[in-house]
Design a protein around this ligand. Structure first.
Ligand SMILES: NC(=O)c1ccc[n+]([C@@H]2O[C@H](COP(=O)([O-])OP(=O)(O)OC[C@H]3O[C@@H](n4cnc5c(N)ncnc54)[C@H](OP(=O)(O)O)[C@@H]3O)[C@@H](O)[C@H]2O)c1
Length: 173
């Protein structure tokens, strides 16, 4: 088997509370949770408020020094080095932000709640099928009936693997 690791080059859209939390976790070496085939790196971050806010975000999270800061989401999505975008704006803005990224051909991991209604979600899925390889959203595993059953069966409530806050979540779609 090849020892070459697959690298995902992430762009972070928005610099609020959960974006900080997620990015911190993202930059933890996957080998610490037994994954040795993939590496995550952050190549860019964007703030709708100012470029300096994005710069501060990257600095605070100890992102690679080559990571680029953007003061506009529209400029950010044009960055050819970004493979996938993590969307961490309020859910009222997910439709417009995710659509912007999909139009630019970026794979997406979007925070919960995915959209404000089913019609928006359908449009995004349709666009994703035309333009990208994957569109995921974050969902609390604690709200899935499977997790309730597991907890009941094993009297267990612990995140998977080493404790990072996002290890409690999973992607859907
Ligand atoms: N998975 C989880 O455990 C979890 C936990 C908390 C929240 N969330 C979800 O994550 C999303 C963000 O939550 P958060 O707690 O990170 O919120 P937050 O701290 O308020 O951050 C949201 C960020 O979105 C950007 N933004 C763009 N347009 C905005 C607007 N019109 N109003 C406010 N902010 C705007 C801002 O960043 P810039 O200025 O950099 O553009 C802002 O810092 C929500 O969808 C929430 O449901 C998920």
């Amino acid at each position: 088997m090849s020892s070459k690791k697959f690298t995902v080059r992430w762009g972070i859209l928005a610099t609020g509370g959960i974006a900080k939390c997620f990015t911190k976790d993202l930059l933890v070496n996957p080998e610490t949770r037994g994954i040795d085939s993939i590496v995550h790196t952050v190549v860019a971050a964007a703030s709708s408020s100012s470029k300096s806010r994005a710069e501060q975000f990257l600095k605070e999270l100890d992102a690679p020094s080559s990571a680029k800061a953007y003061g506009s989401y529209a400029d950010f999505v044009k960055d050819p080095n970004i493979d996938a975008v993590y969307v961490a704006t309020p859910h009222s803005h997910h439709f417009q932000n995710v659509m912007l990224c999909l139009e630019a051909g970026k794979n997406i991991l979007c925070e919960k709640a995915f959209t404000v209604n089913a019609a928006q979600a359908k449009l995004l899925v349709k666009k994703a099928k035309e333009k990208v390889s994957w569109l995921c959203h974050i969902r609390r595993t604690s709200s899935l009936s499977l997790m309730h059953n597991l907890r009941r069966t094993y009297s267990l409530w612990r995140p998977y693997g080493p404790a990072t806050s996002h290890s409690q979540y999973m992607c859907a779609i």
